[in-house]
Design a protein around this ligand. Structure first.
Ligand code: CP
Length: 331
């Protein structure tokens, strides 16, 4: 393995192999496996889990890491090609990324969507530039339209819980006061499709997942024996659900238009997951969310603190699966 950018770059069997390695490292720690290796971590955007789980995972394998948060104690990094750098950025990624890569054995980068142009964000224009500047194994810590580490951890969580392959997996839009990126919904959709699940995307009008993401997921689902559909009918979607995966995202109908997004979501505050959502779900339904989550805005206390929630299990698995990724990239 040379880089870890998108689950779709791998065959399902390769992902299952990686998850087996993750389980092996969880059951039989290898505290010297990556002795002498260094992981660089660059965060253009905030994090709790990704930052802490990568540093902890690297340390548990005997390696070390450094963290750069551009503009916070280090130079602000310009990402635009051909920019006239007379503003706040003192350094360009064209120098910054290769220099950082030269200090380490693998580099992880978090760079969220710009949120202005859907096609540009879906094409991962910035992450492709970063990839081209990095001559070491590159790890996607969340890009414009992908979060493969989260998706891999969620796949392991489903396996840990012995959720059947063809379970009904509902990926539901939930309320947030402002537009959030498509990275997690895109990665989650693809992961569940690749795992062979029956995936239903539930969302209000104006928030349909883009056709490109749906088409990619449908291809993966049909290869794995599952299915992918999209609806605005909450009752129909949640009936018989074995997994309810909640996530917030911005309008796709008016992508990049903050005012239009605000108008669309103004009447959608009832898209907060509460107990009645589970009335017709499967008896053993589980609730998932990647975190962070706004309590009683996106998901009610009663759900996050209730028996169906596996959100902390998902977060723990971030460290475990990332150890497997690091092991594969650096051993
Ligand atoms: N789920 C996730 O990536 O969490 P952080 O944003 O805290 O890293």
């Amino acid at each position: 393995m040379k880089k870890f950018l998108d689950l779709a770059d791998f065959e399902p069997a390769e992902i299952r192999d990686l998850l087996q390695l993750a389980q092996r490292l969880q059951d039989h720690p290898e505290p010297a496996a990556l002795a002498g290796k260094i992981l660089g971590l660059v965060f253009f955007n905030p994090s709790l889990r990704t930052l802490a789980s990568f540093q902890a995972g690297m340390a548990r394998l005997g390696g070390s890491s450094f963290v750069i948060t551009p503009g916070q104690g280090t130079w602000q990094l310009e990402t635009r090609l051909n920019a006239i750098m007379n503003g706040s950025c003192a350094e360009h990624i064209r120098e910054g990324i290769p220099v950082l890569a030269s200090y380490c054995d693998a580099l992880g980068v978090r760079a969220f969507a710009e949120g202005k142009n859907l096609q540009s964000d879906l094409s991962e224009s910035l992450f492709k530039i970063i990839d081209g500047l990095c001559d070491k194994p590159l790890i996607n810590l969340e890009s414009a339209a992908n979060h493969p580490c989260q998706a891999l951890a969620d796949w392991k969580t489903l396996d840990d819980l012995k959720v059947p392959q063809r379970a009904k997996f509902v990926l539901s839009w939930v309320y947030h006061p402002r537009a959030l990126p498509l990275a997690v919904p895109a990665a989650t959709l693809h992961m569940a499709a690749m795992r062979g699940m029956d995936v239903v995307v539930l969302r209000p009008e104006g928030f349909a997942l883009p056709g490109e993401l749906m088409a990619k997921a449908k291809t993966a689902a049909s290869a794995a024996g599952g299915s992918v559909t999209q609806t605005g009918d909450r009752a129909a979607a949640l009936a018989g659900a074995q997994i309810v995966y909640a996530k917030e995202w911005g309008t796709t109908s008016y992508y990049g238009d903050a005012d239009a997004d605000m108008k669309l979501r103004a009447d959608l505050s009832d898209w907060c997951v509460r107990e009645p959502w589970f009335k017709h779900a499967a008896a053993d339904v589980k609730f998932m969310h990647c975190l962070p989550v706004r309590r009683n805005v996106a998901v009610a206390d009663e759900i996050l603190d209730g028996p169906r929630s596996v959100v902390k299990h998902e977060a723990f698995n971030r460290m475990v699966v990332q150890m497997a990724v690091l092991h594969r990239l650096l051993r």
